[in-house]
Design a protein around this ligand. Structure first.
Ligand code: MEV
Length: 316
């Protein structure tokens, strides 16, 4: 039997990160230029239940039983076992590879979980829906970062642009005209868990200040939705800039991210903002498609360690 493969894209957040944890709206889109890929194949040479794991990106090469129970990969298996009511797994090898930057705000944790879940369900001959993948990976997201809003697992499992509010059915976002973004990594690593905790700490010290900032982000996300749905999203750039300013005010930007945002704006981007949890990771810059390559090079000369150009296609 050949290997069965599960894949999942990365993601970027166009508006509303952090505020979405506090019940406000946010917009996220998948980025399929970067992918997590899980390959599962049978190992009749091993005892039933033995599972070999290799994940070169995170230096894992061991049996599943050697990982802690709380490890996200162990959790994928234990949740699947419970969900499918299995006694044990057939012997297998699982290989995980991902081109999604880790700890950079592009949803690598959720994408890896979903890629493994898809490969595992397929290997076991069990049909699955995107919603099931989203719900199961949400359980694993809780281990990665404590109090996730659910936006990462939702956008990655459904692989469509979404307008999202916690605990409500998400809305698929209509994209009225193609939008090109340069994604640029500032090179500073930062975990979502730490940044979400950082915001929680400051919110608990100044709740009214933070609630007011989150309300402004909610309004911006609604305006950004209208802009994205329109055929002429002229004010989207400006909304991204305002969103970045609010993220600065909640304390999740850093000099490296601000530098890349400013560089992008000085070199023709219509708008730019940090993207994801902040404290490091990526910025996104909205740019005319014909100018994207040049802007990516400029950002690399100004300190970005890598860049990705992605176009969100019109979908109506
Ligand atoms: C992470 O991609 C986005 C955050 O808003 C956290 C979350 O929504 O769970 C920072």
């Amino acid at each position: 039997m050949p290997a069965v493969i599960g894949t999942a894209p990365g993601k970027i957040i166009l508006a509303g990160e952090h505020a979405v944890v506090y019940g406000r709206h946010a917009i996220a889109v998948p980025v399929s230029k970067v992918q997590a890929k899980a390959s599962v194949y049978p190992r009749p040479d091993l005892k039933p239940g033995v599972i070999r794991i290799t994940a070169p990106n995170i230096q894992i090469d061991c049996n599943l039983s050697e990982l802690s129970e709380e490890h996200p990969i162990s959790k994928v298996f234990s949740l699947t076992k419970e969900y499918l009511n299995l006694n044990h797994f057939p012997a297998m090898s699982l290989q995980i590879r991902s081109s999604i930057p880790i700890a950079a705000g592009m949803g690598s944790g959720a994408a890896v979980s979903i890629a493994i879940l898809k490969a595992l369900f397929t290997f076991l001959g069990k049909p699955f829906s995107p919603e099931e993948m989203s719900c199961l990976s949400f359980e694993i997201e809780k281990i990665y970062h404590g109090n996730p809003s659910g936006i990462d697992n939702t956008v990655i499992a459904h692989n469509r642009p979404i307008f999202y509010k916690r605990n409500e059915p998400f809305q698929l976002l209509r994209v009225g005209s193609p939008l090109t973004f340069v994604i640029a990594d500032c090179g500073v690593k930062s975990t979502t868990r730490d940044m979400v905790e950082y915001v929680r700490h400051h919110w608990s010290e100044s709740p009214s200040k933070y609630e007011a900032l989150f309300d402004q982000m909610d309004w911006l996300a609604a305006q950004a939705k209208n802009a994205i749905e329109s055929e002429k999203p002229d004010n989207l750039g400006n909304l991204l800039i305002q969103n970045h300013q609010l993220l600065q005010q909640i304390g999740v930007s850093c000099p490296e991210l601000d530098h890349l945002v400013n560089t992008a704006l000085q070199h023709g981007a219509e708008g730019a903002k940090l993207c994801g949890a902040g404290g490091g990771g990526n910025i996104i810059a909205l740019v005319n498609q014909s100018a994207a390559q040049l802007l990516a090079q400029t950002l690399q000369h100004s300190g970005a360690v890598s860049t990705i150009i992605t176009t969100i296609q019109q979908n109506d």
